[in-house]
Design a protein around this ligand. Sequence first.
Ligand code: WT7
Length: 634
Amino acid sequence: MADEKKMVGEVYYPAPEVVAHAHIRDYEKVHADASADLAKFWGKVAAENYEWFQPWEQTLDDDNAPFYKWFKGAKVNIVHNALDRHMRTAVRNKAALIFEGEPGDTKVYTYQQLHYQVSKFASVLRAMGVQKGDRVTIYMGRIPELIIAMLACAKIGAIHSVVYGGFSTEALHERIDDSQSKVLITCDGAWLRGTIIELKKIANEAVDRSGTIQSVICVKRTGMDVEMVQGRDYWYHDLMALPIADPTAPTQVMDAEDPLFILYTSGTTGKPKAILHTHGGYMVWTSTTLKWVFDIKPEDVWWCAADPGWITGHSYIVYAPLILGATSVMYEGAPTYPYPDRWWSLIAKYGVTILYTAPTAIRGLMRFGESWPNKHDLSTLRLLGSVGEPINPEAWRWYHRVIGKEKCPIMDTWWQTETGGFMITPLPCVPLKPGSATRAFPGVDIDVVDEDGHPVAANEEGFLVIKSPWPGMLRTIFGDPDRYVQQYWSRFAEQGWYLPGDSAKKDEDGYIWVIGRIDDVIKVSGYRLGTAEIESALVSHSAVAEAAVIGVPDELRGNIIKAYCILRQGWEGSEKLEHMLKDHVAHEMGPIAKPSTIEFVDNLPKTRSGKIMRRILKARVMGQDVGDLSTLAD
Ligand code: WT7
């Protein structure tokens, strides 16, 4: 029920009809129930909503914390719950996926059709020698075959590693090598803004650099000419036409704790980390969070406008909606192609009821004015969502007024690749404050603390911490369990808390306001990039001796990248070199990592131990006080 007590600041109380419709109508009660006994609460949810081949012996095993186990001893497969079980009910004939390509082509998959394709491709992968536990890298545009490939891997117990299609050669190569994938699934090209991103070409370059890939499977999307290597590369459609592509392929029985996928994300230092999620806990977490936060009902048309190549897409385009038997929309291309109303036209065309996107997209579309959305019938919308970075109140109000017509609550969901699903988020029954992700999801124990772990006073900045385990939590960093402990569990080791790496405030009403990263991670248009990765892309150019990269606030993209380079002898800074270096980063890492400006410098501020002090560079750009300089070398 709407909170009776008067709250501080700009508050939007939920409409009674929204609350009456919702799965969860009393946040306080559910949160209290869950928090009182996590194992009992999640055990009940897990038993009532999914099919397990064998039940668990223990709901939560914390003996070897922080290596927590959920649903220990259970047998399950997430694909059985996302597809197979629906074949016995009316969901079978329902649209699972409504796909629209950028050029305007469309395709609808019912649950049965998706199950058919996934089963066939699963048996193709099996026939090619992919076994349970093997890693398969997937590097594709936003097309249905990407989802089919992910589900086919999961069905046979292979671990998928999706690399976002906006990444480029070196980023892909590094991720292939780290995961030791034997098979790469890609496509000829992807449509974006009316042009083709040549994915197969990039994939070829990456595979040439890597030593592990034995086979490449290529989906034909654009029909462009591509180089296929004999004996290594196969067309997807050729394989799917063979008798080995068996639509009755069985689903592998997995342990609840067996790995489902790895997904690389940027961290504080060095190479990206392979975040590992499992079949059991991730299944329960993603689908329960989606159901409760976005109030998913059979009649909904859900559109998560993210890319399946990021965790948002893994959880909320692929797994959670399918587990819930929902209908999802996926659009291949740019929101502004051919005109800035493409998204709004899709909402009207498919009768989308819930839209989930990122603040950067909202700000980008806001620029074009209200007349574009106003040309379309958006009246089917009933809920809106935001993710990826803090949403500025102006963008929130625009989204609420112009898109949601002041009747759609906005679910501002805070979470991470590591958390698997939503952690701080409103539910439809919770009063909203623009810019705040509001309260913890039921059963999540969140706080904002100081250096010593003491809760900070209201409206003071501190470390965000998560104080208890949850089913969707990452289990480890693939291949590097020490780094898992070090990265997430060492800062507050004594208390046993998880450190997400964000700073935040908590207001008088207990609402959380996430401020941003406390480490060297930069959020550019909601994409998470590590300074270390961009710096090493710069240094891999023969002109650059040393590089430092910082994020500078930007109205549209949240942050933009500014780079500082020390050149090698014989090179001189020029506009031409600046362009060359930007293109080099785009070629190695991907266009999203391209610096907006590069400044050529003679030295960089460093600590005596040689660590670059990026905060000094940042303070200078921002015209702020540089703070404590006692550790600076010169
Ligand atoms: C980081 C995680 C979770 C899917 C997309 C990003 C920032 C995410 C919010 C939000 C403020 C947010 C945090 C977090 N972030 N959502 N609603 N409000 N900040 O996943 O790439 O793993 O990035 O994104 O800084 O730590 P990711």
